[in-house]
Design a protein around this ligand. Structure first.
Ligand SMILES: Nc1ncnc2c1ncn2[C@@H]1O[C@H](COP(=O)(O)OP(=O)(O)O)[C@@H](O)[C@H]1O
Ligand SMILES: O=C(OP(=O)(O)O)[C@H](O)COP(=O)(O)O
Length: 398
């Protein structure tokens, strides 16, 4: 894939599709976590240092084609301006004559941030006319928005039909490369840890992973459905009854392939999520009817660490427990700290898993933390992301 390294940006209008869909502070509306902003700085600096005109475009939230003032990118413009030590003006819109004028008048080495793309319904509809209007602002199109590349939206997909030159930004290239290294050509043994709330959202992931991995660790509430499939009664725990049969099939597939599967052997259970003070350790085949599982237990945590110890590659998506609520964060944080100290090539993806790693304070020590949630999950499902495919096609054409 062509990257920014292969493009001459000098004096060109470089349309950088980024993902500035960042959390805002509820009280004062400032940027609460700037990970996604910092992630695109290498691409932005490359454009500015090369004398390009950087036109940044992003969505924020889901305003559904309406102008929603709380979803303006104004706080992001201010934040970025602080990071760069340079004025970052915010255009009043992302298309139209006034914006075109601002883009055309931009000096080389300067930045303009366009207003929220999703204030226009054409963005999520991948509307050709809207895509063409965005392309009018563009000499070189760069996608550096991995986290939204699973969406066939105008600024990610449609626009590539109308631009002459395109390339992957450094962040996107890094995401693709890291994923390939972990999943397509891994150092073995390869382990994948899957957690989170529901089996139903991860069936595709599990089906895709079973032929590829050596070890599969299943935790989180989704493990409950697997435990039920094994005939264990899991008390008042969240179970997706309609997926118990699917869980059985998946376990049989893993057995046939010789994949080792680790399911919880014990759990931290409590009467409810807000009754953490009454939480206790129980074996998974003895969960009392009035208790629900909110985390994998201490014995399971140790078992997981022991199984991961010899692994050369570990991919992790989804927390092992309801980590937002103490004391159910323990297994998730323990895993984060274990991976941080491990020699294995480690890739963490998924909004909640990335948040858990950050809360455990080890983001810098874990091999790679993806900026994608849904996009990362779709990669794990083996899907080709529409944004990446479109970029590929465009760079082959150009
Ligand atoms: N045993 C559990 N009981 C209730 N909720 C759980 C449990 N384990 C995990 N969760 C919840 O699952 C959610 C994350 O699920 P999911 O969205 O599938 O993960 P990710 O965003 O990492 O892909 C978290 O909010 C977490 O609290
Ligand atoms: O935050 C994002 O994805 P994520 O919640 O999967 O990490 C992206 O900005 C995509 O947003 P969307 O799910 O509204 O299309």
């Amino acid at each position: 894939m062509k990257t920014l390294d292969h493009v001459d940006v000098s004096a060109k209008r470089v349309f950088l599709r980024v993902d500035f869909n960042v959390p805002l502070d509820k009280k004062d509306g400032t940027v609460a976590d700037d990970t996604r902003i910092r992630a695109i700085l290498p691409s932005l600096r490359k454009v500015l240092d090369g004398g390009g005109k950087a036109v940044l475009a992003s969505h924020l939230g889901r305003p559904k084609g309406q102008v929603v003032p709380e979803m303006s990118l104004a706080p992001v413009a201010r934040h970025l301006s602080g990071i760069l030590g340079m004025d970052v003006p915010l255009a009043p819109d992302c298309v139209g004559g006034a914006v075109r004028k601002m883009v055309d008048e931009l000096e080389p080495g300067r930045v303009l941030l366009l207003e929220n793309l999703r204030f226009h319904g054409g963005e999520t509809k991948n509307n050709p006319e809207f895509s063409r209007q965005l392309a009018e602002l563009t000499d070189v199109y760069v996608n550096d928005a991995f986290a939204v590349s699973h969406r066939a939206h105008a600024s990610v997909h449609g626009i590539t039909e109308y631009v002459r030159e395109c390339a992957a930004g450094y962040q996107l290239a890094k995401e693709i490369e890291t994923f390939r290294q972990a999943m397509e050509n891994p150092q073995r043994p390869l382990a994948v840890v899957i957690g989170g709330a529901k089996v139903s959202t991860k069936i595709g992931v599990l089906e895709n992973l079973i032929p590829k991995v050596d070890l599969l660790v299943i935790g989180g509430a989704m493990a409950n459905t697997f435990l039920k499939a094994q005939g264990k009664s899991v008390g008042a725990s969240l179970v997706e009854d309609e997926f118990v049969e699917t869980a059985k099939v998946l376990l049989a597939q893993a057995r046939e392939r010789g994949v080792r599967v680790i399911l919880p052997v014990d759990a931290t259970a409590a009467p409810s999520l807000d009754a953490g003070d009454r939480a206790r350790q129980v074996p998974v085949d003895q969960v009392p009817p009035d208790l629900a599982i909110f985390d994998v237990g201490e014995e399971t945590s140790a078992l997981i660490r022991q199984a991961l110890e010899p692994c050369a590659t570990v991919v992790w998506n989804g927390p092992l427990g309801a980590f937002e609520t103490p004391p159910f964060e323990r297994a998730t944080y323990d895993l984060a700290r274990f991976l941080a100290a491990s020699q294995a090539f480690t890739v963490v993806g998924g909004g909640d898993s990335a948040a858990a790693v950050a809360k455990a304070g080890v983001t810098d020590k874990v091999g790679y933390v993806s900026t994608g949630g849904g996009a990362f999950l779709e990669m794990l499902e083996g899907k080709v992301l529409p944004g990446i495919q479109a970029l590929q096609k465009c760079s082959e054409r150009a």
